[in-house]
Ligand binder design. Structure first.
Ligand SMILES: [Zn+2]
Ligand SMILES: [Zn+2]
Length: 1132
C-alpha cells in the first residue's frame, strides 16, 4: 500500500480533539467557563468502561466510537439502534443470537452517550413534573426508561455504557423517540456517599402509623417518619387534576413474623412522582417529613408526603423505633391486616352470571402487540394484557415483544365472551406495571389502524365506564369497521378520532346503538382514589359478566358468500316439491318448479347477529343501489316509509348501518330431472346461480354522512360520479326543474352510447327513458342559491321533454319516480340552450317526440339529479298521474296520432313481505256466497257433501313428451323418444253441495286419491293397475255409471272404480278448499235461479237452485263430525 496508515497516535489525538469539542459544546454547563476538570473526567470515565471489556485490541481509547448528543440522536438517528461500549463483538453476537428466534435484534451503532438524569422535561415548570424520567444535555432532552433507578442519580451527569434508542414511529411523527438505558449509568463525577447516621432517625412502623391515623386528637411529638417494607405500589393516577400515587408499607423488618399491618402513603408532590420509578416492592424504605391529612370521600385520615419529604432505603442502624406512649394497648382490631382484594363470597349477592376476577401478581414476557392504542398486548403467547384501565400510558411506549414485565395486584379475568377467547390480565389503579427487562428486538412496524385511536379508546372506556368484556368487544368492532371503511372512505386517523360535540367520531356514532343499550353514557364514578385506598377493594375489573357478543360487522363480500353458501346448503329439490304433487309432474313441469326459488335470511339467522354496514352507492353499470365496503358490494332494495319509493339522490355516499333487514338469495337452477324419483341425484343439476341482495326500510337504518376528505381514492367508493367532481365545482352550474310523469324500465336499448363514432363493435347499452315537463327555464347558480329563471318569450310553449339516461347516468334509475319534481344540474360554466337543444342521439325516438315532447335530451354522465320538494314549486301540474293519455295524443299539435309501443313497464316494489310468514287460513264460506258479485273470495273453504262423481280419468304419460305410455313405454309416433320415464296423472270431476249451492269440482292428481278416500298404498296399487293399459276413463251419468268403450279392456278395474265412486266412502261430507276455475266476474249467473224439488226422508222440499259453480280442488279434509256422515248415509 502506497499510503501510510494513520499513526495510532495521530488518530488518538484527533479522537481526543473531537471529544473535547463535543464535551465543551454539549456537556459543559451553559454560561460557565469550560471546566478544566470536565474533559479529563469524561475521557477517564469512557476509558474505564472501554477497558472493562475483555477484547480491546490494545487501544486505550474507543477510537471506533463517536460522541453523540441528544440533538444528534433526534435529528440523525432515524432507525432504532443500540450501543454497548463495554461489550465485545462476541458478546454482542451472543446477545443477537439469543434474540433472533423471536424477531430482528436491534442493530449496533458505536456511539458514546452522556447526559444528566432528570425528571424535568425541557420546558416544563416544577408543577409540570409527571414522574417521567429524562436524559438532558446542552442540546436537548430525551425521555428514557431505566430498570432500577437510584434516586441519588437524579441531576447527575452520567456516561451510559449500554443503551438503545427508538425514534418515533413514522406514522406518529408528533411523538418523540425514547432511550432505554440498559446498564447502570457510570457517574462522571465521583458519587459522594453519605452513609453517615450519627443521629438515628426516629421512625414509626406501619402498626403504629395506622394507630396514629385512627386517633381523633393529634398525638404529641410523633415523628413524621415512617419505615417499612413496600408491599404495594399503585399506578400513577389523577384526581382533580392532581397526579399522585399511593405506596403501602407493611410490617417492619424488626417485627419478624408478627401479623403484618399496613399503612398507605399518598405521594402527590410533583418532584416526588419520580419515586414511582425507584420504588421496588419487597424492599424496605424510610419516608421522612410526612403529615396526616384527610382525603375527600375517604373515611379515614391518611399519611401524605410533604415537599420536604425524602425517600431513603431503610438501614436499621440509622433508625430508631419511636415508642408511642399509648393510653391503651394496641388491640387486635387496630392491627388487623390490610384486607387483600379477594373473591367476595357473598352468595346472596352472587348471581350465576356475575363472576369475580382473581387478583394476583404475574411475571411474564410480552410476545405480541395486539393493539397498542387500545392498550392490548399478548403475554407469554397465552394471555392478553389490557393496560386500558390505568390512566397514564406509563411504560407503554417501551412495551414490545421481548419486554419482561412484573404485574403487581393485577386482575385475571377468564371466559369473558364477546369474542375474547384467552384469559386477560388487567391492572386497575391499584396495581403497578413494573419493567423487568428491555426488549432486544427492533419494534415491528404496526399497520396504521394499530397506531390510531388512543384517545377514542380512552374516551369510550372512561365516558361509558365499559366493563372489560365490553371494552374488548368494542375494540374488535372498531377494527372490523375500520377494515370495512379505511382507508378508502376515511383515513384511520379520521375514523378513530376523539369525539367532540362539534366533531363527532364516525366510529362512535356507528357503535352508539350497541353501546347505548349495553353501557349508556354516565357521569364518571370511577374514582381512582377510592379504588386505590378503598377497603375492601372495589374496582371496575373486580366483577364481570360474560358478554354475549352484541353483533358483528361482517365484510360485505363475506355476507354475499355466506348468503350463497346457505342458499345452496338449504337447496333441497324434494323440499321445493311436496312429494304427492311431484310424483305426477312431467319432466318439464318438474324442472320448471325448481328453476327459481329463494331463501330469506333474517339477522337472527346469524350468530352473533350481523349488522350490515356500507356506503350507499348507485351503480353506474347496473343502475341499482348497493351497499359497498372495501371488500365488495351488496345490492340493496330500499324503501322509504309508508311504501313510498326511495327518491332522494342526496343519500348517495352516506354510510348506512342497518340491523333490521332481510337478506334475500334468489336461486336460478337449470336442471334435467326426468321425474321425481331422481330428485336426490344432484348430477341432474346443470347450472346454478345465486343472486344475493338485501332489503330494508330507510327508517330502520342509521344514516351517517361521511366526513369530507379529499383523497382521490374516496371518490371511487363514495362518489357516484365517474369523473371525480369536487363539490366546489358545483358553485358554477346551471339547472332546470322538471316534473316526472312517466318512467320506463331499465333495459338494453339500441341507443348510441358515445356521440363520436367509436370503432368498437357497439354493444347495446343499458338505458332508460323518462318523460315529463320542464318547470320554468334554465337557472344559474348564484352563490349557493339558484337564480330565478329568465322569463321566456313564449310561456305557453309546450315544455314536454323526454330524457334519455344511458351510460353511467343509469345510476339515477332508482331515484326517479313519477309524480316527483327533480332538478337536473349541469356543473361547469353556463352553456346556452344546454337543456333546450335537441339531442341528435334521440332521433330514433322521433315518433314519441312528435307525440308530445318538444325536446329530447340525453342526460350527460356528469349531470347531477336533485330531488325538489314539490310544495316549493308553484307551477307543478296538478295532475298526479300524468301518464301520456289518449287525449294528450289527440291534442298533439301535429294532428297526427302516433301510437307508441312501450316495450316494458317499470315495476316498483311497494312493500317487503312480513318477516314472519303468517299462514293465512282460507275463509270458510257457504257456496252461495260465491254467487254474490261483491267481495267474492278467489280461494276459500266450504263444508259440503259429495253428491256424485261425473268422470274419472287415470293415465300414464311420458315424462319427457307427455305422450301416452302403454306398458310404461312412450307411444310417441314416428320418432324415438329418449325417455324411459313415465308419470301418472289423474283427474276427477264431482258434484258437491252444501245446502246453499252446488258446484262442479275438478280434482287433479293426488287430490283424486283424497277425494276417493284411498290410502297412499291403495292409490299406488290402483295406478299400477292402470300402467298396463296406460289409460282408464270413466264417465258417470247421474247416479248410474257408464263405461267409456276404451276402458272395456279392463272390466274388473272399471267395475271396482264404478262401485267405489258410488259408495258412501266417496259420497260423503268433506271440508273442501278450492279456488274458482274462472275469474269471479265470469261466474255471475246470467240465468236466474231455478226452482227444484228435493226429498229429505219423507218430507219433500221445493227450493230455488242456482246454476252450478265451477271450482278447482286445493285440498280435501275429512269432516270432523263423523256422526253427520252416518246420518247422511241414511238419506240415500
Ligand atoms: Zn382492582
Ligand atoms: Zn316420450
Amino acid at each position: 500500500m502506497a499510503a501510510h496508515p494513520p499513526h495510532p497516535l495521530d488518530s488518538e489525538q484527533a479522537w481526543l480533539e473531537n471529544a473535547q469539542a463535543f464535551i465543551h459544546k454539549s456537556l459543559c454547563p451553559a454560561g460557565e467557563e469550560p471546566s478544566v476538570q470536565l474533559t479529563p473526567l469524561v475521557i477517564d470515565c469512557v476509558k474505564t468502561v472501554w477497558l472493562s471489556q475483555e477484547v480491546n485490541h490494545g487501544f486505550t481509547l474507543p477510537l471506533s466510537y463517536s460522541f453523540v448528543s441528544v440533538q444528534d440522536l433526534k435529528t440523525h438517528q432515524l432507525l432504532p439502534c443500540c450501543s454497548h461500549l463495554s461489550w465485545s463483538s462476541s458478546a454482542y453476537q451472543t446477545w443477537v443470537q439469543e434474540a433472533e428466534p423471536s424477531g430482528t435484534p436491534l442493530p449496533r451503532e458505536r456511539l458514546l452517550f452522556l447526559g444528566t438524569l432528570t425528571d424535568l422535561s425541557e420546558n416544563l415548570e416544577q408543577e409540570g413534573r409527571n414522574g417521567n424520567l429524562y436524559v438532558k444535555d446542552n442540546t436537548g432532552v430525551l425521555a428514557c426508561e431505566l430498570i432500577d433507578l437510584d434516586l441519588s442519580w437524579m441531576g447527575r451527569l452520567f456516561l451510559f455504557p449500554s443503551w438503545s434508542y427508538l425514534p418515533p414511529a413514522r406514522c406518529n411523527s408528533s411523538g418523540e423517540g425514547h432511550l432505554e438505558l440498559w446498564d447502570s449509568p457510570v457517574p462522571v463525577f465521583p458519587m459522594t456517599t453519605s452513609l453517615d447516621c450519627a443521629t438515628p432517625l426516629h421512625v414509626l412502623y406501619p402498626k403504629a402509623a395506622s394507630y396514629v391515623l385512627r386517633q381523633r386528637r393529634k398525638l404529641k411529638d410523633v415523628p413524621p417518619n415512617l419505615a417499612g417494607t413496600l408491599v404495594r405500589l399503585s399506578a400513577l393516577a389523577k384526581s382533580q387534576k392532581e397526579t399522585y400515587f399511593v405506596l403501602t408499607l407493611g410490617g417492619s423488618p424488626l417485627s419478624g413474623s408478627q401479623a403484618a399491618s399496613h399503612v398507605s402513603i399518598i405521594v402527590q408532590v410533583p418532584a416526588q412522582l419520580v419515586w414511582h420509578r425507584a420504588l421496588k416492592p419487597g424492599r424496605a424504605y424510610v419516608l421522612t417529613n410526612l403529615r396526616v391529612s384527610r382525603v375527600s370521600g375517604h373515611p379515614n385520615r391518611v399519611w401524605r408526603t410533604s415537599p420536604s419529604s425524602h425517600l431513603l432505603p431503610l438501614r436499621l442502624e440509622c433508625v430508631h423505633e419511636w415508642d408511642l406512649e399509648l393510653d391503651r394497648p394496641l388491640s387486635e382490631a387496630d392491627s388487623r391486616p390490610l384486607p387483600m382484594p379477594r373473591n367476595s363470597r357473598n352468595r346472596k349477592e352472587q348471581k350465576d352470571l356475575v363472576r369475580d376476577s382473581r387478583v394476583l401478581s404475574y411475571m411474564g414476557m410480552v410476545t405480541g402487540v395486539l393493539n397498542e392504542p387500545a392498550g392490548l398486548f399478548e403475554l407469554d403467547r397465552q394471555l392478553e394484557l389490557c393496560l386500558a384501565y390505568q390512566q397514564f400510558p406509563g411504560i407503554r411506549q417501551v412495551i414490545r415483544p421481548g419486554v419482561s414485565l412484573e404485574l403487581q395486584d393485577v386482575h385475571l379475568l377468564q371466559s369473558l365472551g364477546g369474542g375474547t377467547t384467552r384469559p386477560v390480565l388487567a391492572p386497575c389503579f391499584r396495581g403497578a406495571v413494573l419493567l423487568r427487562a428491555f426488549s432486544r428486538l427492533k419494534p415491528e412496524i404496526q399497520p396504521s389502524h394499530q397506531t390510531q385511536g388512543a384517545s377514542l379508546y380512552k374516551q369510550l372506556l372512561w365516558e361509558r365506564q365499559l366493563a372489560l368484556p365490553l371494552y374488548l368487544w368494542t375494540v374488535k368492532a372498531l377494527m372490523e369497521l375500520a377494515h370495512k371503511l379505511c382507508p378508502h372512505v376515511l383515513r384511520h386517523r379520521q375514523f378513530l378520532q376523539h369525539s367532540s360535540p362539534g366533531n363527532p367520531s364516525l366510529a362512535l356514532q356507528l357503535l352508539a346503538p350497541n353501546l347505548d343499550v349495553l353501557a349508556p353514557p354516565c357521569s364518571p364514578s370511577w374514582n381512582p382514589q377510592k379504588v386505590i385506598l378503598g377497603e375492601p377493594h372495589h374496582c371496575p375489573l373486580q366483577k364481570y359478566t360474560r358478554l354475549q357478543t352484541p353483533c358483528s360487522f361482517p365484510a360485505l363480500a363475506t355476507v354475499v358468500k355466506e348468503g350463497e353458501r346457505r342458499a345452496w346448503d338449504a337447496f333441497d329439490p324434494q323440499a321445493l316439491l311436496p312429494l304427492p304433487e311431484a310424483s305426477h309432474l312431467t319432466s318439464c313441469q318438474l324442472n320448471q318448479h325448481l328453476s327459481w326459488s329463494w331463501l330469506r335470511l333474517l339477522p337472527s339467522a346469524f350468530q352473533p347477529p350481523q349488522v350490515l354496514l356500507g356506503v350507499l352507492v348507485a351503480s353506474s353499470h347496473k343502475g341499482f343501489l348497493q351497499l359497498r365496503d372495501q371488500s365488495g358490494s351488496l345490492p340493496c332494495l330500499l324503501l322509504d316509509k309508508d311504501s313510498r319509493p326511495f327518491s332522494d339522490p342526496q343519500f348517495i355516499g352516506v354510510v348506512v348501518r342497518v340491523e333490521r333487514f332481510q337478506l334475500i338469495i334468489e336461486r336460478n337452477v337449470k336442471s334435467s330431472y326426468p321425474s321425481w324419483k331422481e330428485l336426490s341425484i344432484t348430477s341432474y343439476i346443470q347450472k346454478q346461480k345465486a343472486r344475493v341482495y338485501v332489503q330494508f326500510f330507510l327508517a330502520d337504518a342509521l344514516i351517517l354522512p361521511v366526513p369530507r376528505f379529499s383523497s382521490p381514492l374516496s371518490t371511487s367508493l363514495t362518489s357516484p360520479r365517474t369523473k371525480p367532481t369536487l363539490p366546489e365545482d358545483l358553485h358554477i352550474a346551471q339547472s332546470r326543474l322538471f316534473f316526472l310523469s312517466h318512467k320506463e324500465a331499465l333495459m338494453k336499448r339500441n341507443v348510441p352510447l358515445s356521440p363520436a363514432g367509436s370503432s368498437e363493435m357497439p354493444k347495446l347499452p343499458l338505458s332508460f327513458l323518462v318523460s315529463g315537463s320542464w318547470l320554468g327555464g334554465t337557472q344559474r347558480k348564484e352563490g349557493t342559491a339558484w337564480r330565478p329563471s329568465e322569463p321566456k318569450g313564449d310561456n305557453s310553449k309546450d315544455q314536454k321533454v323526454l330524457l334519455l339516461f344511458v351510460g353511467s347516468s343509469v345510476r339515477w334509475f332508482e331515484f326517479l319516480h313519477p309524480g316527483q319534481v327533480y332538478r337536473l344540474v349541469a356543473p361547469g360554466p353556463a352553456t346556452p340552450l344546454l337543456f333546450e337543444e335537441d339531442d341528435p342521439s334521440c332521433m330514433s325516438q322521433r315518433p314519441l317526440e312528435l307525440a308530445g315532447c318538444t325536446s329530447c335530451l340525453t342526460v350527460q354522465d356528469d349531470w347531477i339529479l336533485e330531488l325538489e320538494s314539490s310544495q316549493d314549486i308553484p307551477d307543478v301540474p296538478s295532475v298526479n298521474k300524468a301518464e301520456t293519455s289518449l287525449s294528450d295524443l289527440f291534442s298533439s299539435k301535429s294532428h297526427n296520432i302516433y301510437c307508441c309501443f312501450r316495450s316494458s313497464t317499470y315495476v316498483q316494489v311497494l312493500s317487503f313481505p312480513p318477516e314472519a310468514t303468517i299462514s293465512v287460513s282460507l275463509p270458510h264460506i257457504y257456496l252461495a256466497e260465491l254467487l254474490r258479485s261483491d267481495q267474492t273470495p278467489f280461494q276459500a273453504t266450504a263444508s259440503c257433501h259429495i253428491v256424485c262423481v261425473f268422470s274419472l280419468q287415470l293415465r300414464w304419460v311420458c315424462s319427457h313428451c307427455t305422450s301416452l305410455c302403454v306398458q310404461g313405454r312412450c307411444t310417441l309416433q314416428g320418432s324415438t323418444c329418449p325417455s324411459k320415464t313415465s308419470v301418472s296423472q289423474a283427474s276427477l270431476r264431482l258434484l258437491v253441495e252444501d245446502g246453499t249451492a252446488e258446484a262442479v269440482v275438478t280434482c287433479r292428481n293426488h287430490h283424486v286419491a283424497t277425494a276417493l278416500g284411498l290410502r297412499p298404498s291403495e292409490w299406488t296399487s290402483l295406478l299400477e293397475f292402470v300402467r298396463g293399459p296406460g289409460r282408464i276413463a270413466l264417465q258417470f251419468l247421474g247416479t248410474g255409471a257408464h263405461l267409456e268403450p276404451s276402458a272395456k279392456m279392463n272390466d274388473s278395474l272399471a267395475l271396482f272404480l264404478r262401485t267405489l265412486c258410488s259408495s258412501i266412502s266417496v259420497l260423503r261430507p268433506i271440508v273442501l278448499s278450492f279456488e274458482l276455475e274462472k275469474k269471479p266476474s265470469n261466474i255471475i249467473p246470467v240465468d236466474p235461479p231455478r226452482l227444484q224439488r228435493f226429498q229429505c226422508g219423507e218430507l219433500p222440499f221445493l227450493t230455488h237452485v242456482n246454476p252450478k259453480l265451477r271450482l278447482s280442488c286445493l285440498s280435501i279434509q275429512e269432516t270432523e263430525h263423523t256422526s253427520f256422515r252416518e246420518a247422511s248415509a241414511f238419506s240415500h
